[in-house]
Ligand binder design. Structure first.
Ligand code: PXL
Length: 463
């Protein structure tokens, strides 16, 4: 069997555990996974923590930390490792020894405090970090507060960050990156060998930032292990951390955690919605009988990603599905943002049930509604005459029909929502479902019963 991941770099994080899953080892391993490297770990300390802060800290004995590093390094080819929370002078010393004896190239995140408060490095450990760990480390990634502790320089702007970075490099570390999350969002990279500064500008984004420092250093480690230069790694990392902040999920009552896999999953979901909708359109156009269900204005079929909030997260046909010489015909392509009306209806339905992510519109007829009833589909409707001004008809209609259909407590989305039209507005039937394919299969079944070519159980009727 071919191992498709052979050659994937193995990296290590030597850090504390955050029980809240936002920072520490948990953030590092998620970052490694998101960036396609194999992550291993040596846990230095267990914190009882949530998004509001650190409640207690339990340091592991030095020999347990050594044994974890030895176990991994005696088996796997680890070249790059990052350190996070090291807690005590003793732990800083033992990690320095092990890193040296295994020839690890280190990225040091000089963790001193948690985002939501709580000291993670004792005062006496700072001296050992400066004198023993940093002199043989490749990269250190302090924020402005950590950089002040390491350099003694108060940082108020990028120029101060440069002066501090140079001072920290004098401790013996090759590259200093002062991260700008607490400044103007620019990161300052100082390479001591060439004595060059690179400033990478950034932007402040809305979202949870708990774990952003750990994620930053873990991402730098992953990119360096893949062979990128430090400037490439810093630029790629900046964009990675920005996406992780923007994709953060709302959990807990304090500082929300970053979400390292959010942006990748969003892309995966967009791809799935596109593929599913493409396959659904193929199901529809390969059924001649479906031509009879196509509305005068044409049909569209759409499917949203689970996190959709705008039309560009919804796949649909950029033109329409039209009836040409009694047969369905696709005009346009399946694209994200391809549909407006059906997409809006799906978004409105998702407000009530996030699993209902797809819909198709069909030509209105009493007979189609009868068939839907006979198929056991649930049905509701709205009347355009009841629509208040200044609303989006699709949002209002779907919301109204759902409210009409279900009890106050349990707002369920019916399988079918229709309306009888209005002045200049064609009446329409919409079929809802979990995926575009599911909706297309239902539509094809209805079309076959409608045209008399099959019965309700899907058996063909001999014409
Ligand atoms: O983000 C710094 C950090 C590192 N390590 C652990 C942490 C935190 C912050 O909360 O909990 C274990």
């Amino acid at each position: 069997m071919v191992n498709i991941m052979s050659g994937a770099p193995v990296v290590m994080t030597i850090a504390g555990s955050d029980s809240g899953g936002g920072a520490g080892i948990e953030a590092d391993i998620k970052t490694f996974a998101a960036l396609g490297v194999h992550g291993t770990c040596a846990i230095t300390s267990v914190t009882a923590q949530n998004t509001r802060g650190v409640l207690s800290i339990y340091d592991l004995p030095s020999h347990v930390i050594s044994e974890q590093i030895n176990a991994v390094c005696s088996d796997m080819d680890v070249k790059w490792a990052k350190t996070g929370m090291l807690s005590s002078a003793e732990i800083v010393a033992v990690v320095s020894n092990e890193a040296r004896s295994h020839g690890l190239s280190l990225v040091v995140d000089p963790v001193m405090a948690a985002e939501a408060g709580g000291d993670l490095l004792r005062k006496d450990a700072v001296r050992v970090l400066k004198e023993v760990l940093l002199p043989f480390s490749k990269v250190v990634t302090p924020n402005i507060y950590e950089a002040r502790t390491l350099s003694g320089i108060d940082i108020k702007d990028v120029n101060d960050a440069k002066i501090a970075a140079k001072k920290i490099a004098e401790l013996g570390v090759e590259i200093v990156i002062v991260t700008g999350g607490h400044l103007d969002a620019s990161d300052v990279v100082y390479e001591s060998v060439s004595e060059t500064f690179t400033v990478l500008p950034g932007k402040f984004l809305e979202g949870g930032t708990h774990g952003s420092g750990c994620t930053y250093a873990a991402s730098i480690t992953a990119f360096l292990s893949k062979g990128y230069s430090i400037i490439e790694a810093a630029a790629l990392t900046k964009s990675f951390v920005e996406k992780a902040i923007v994709s953060s999920m709302k959990v807990g009552h304090g500082v929300g955690p970053v979400n390292q896999l959010g942006s990748t999953l969003r892309d995966v979901h967009r791809y799935e919605a596109l593929q599913n909708t493409i396959s659904a359109t193929e199901i529809l156009v390969s059924c001649d009988e479906f031509g009879k269900l196509i509305a005068e204005v044409g049909c569209n079929i759409a499917m949203a990603t689970p996190e959709a909030s705008v039309a560009t997260d919804i796949a649909g046909v950029s033109g329409r599905i039209l009836c040409v010489r009694h047969k369905p015909h696709i005009a346009g392509n399946v694209e994200l943002g391809g549909s407006y009306h059906v997409a809006r209806m799906v978004l409105a339905a998702m407000e009530f049930d996030p699993w209902v992510r797809a819909a198709v519109n069909l030509r209105y007829s009493e007979k189609v509604l009868h068939i839907c009833r006979d198929m056991g589909l649930t049905i509701s409707s709205f009347d355009r005459a009841d629509e208040p001004g200044q609303t989006n008809t699709m949002d209002w209609g779907v919301t109204y029909a759902i409210g009409n259909f279900s009890s106050d407590t349990l707002k369920k989305v019916p399988d079918v929502i229709y309306d009888n039209g209005g002045v200049g507005k064609e009446p329409m039937i919409r079929l809802f479902g979990k995926s575009a394919e599911e909706v297309a299969h239902k539509a094809v079944k209805i079309a076959r019963v409608y045209s008399g070519s099959s019965d309700l159980d899907g058996n063909y009727i001999d014409g």
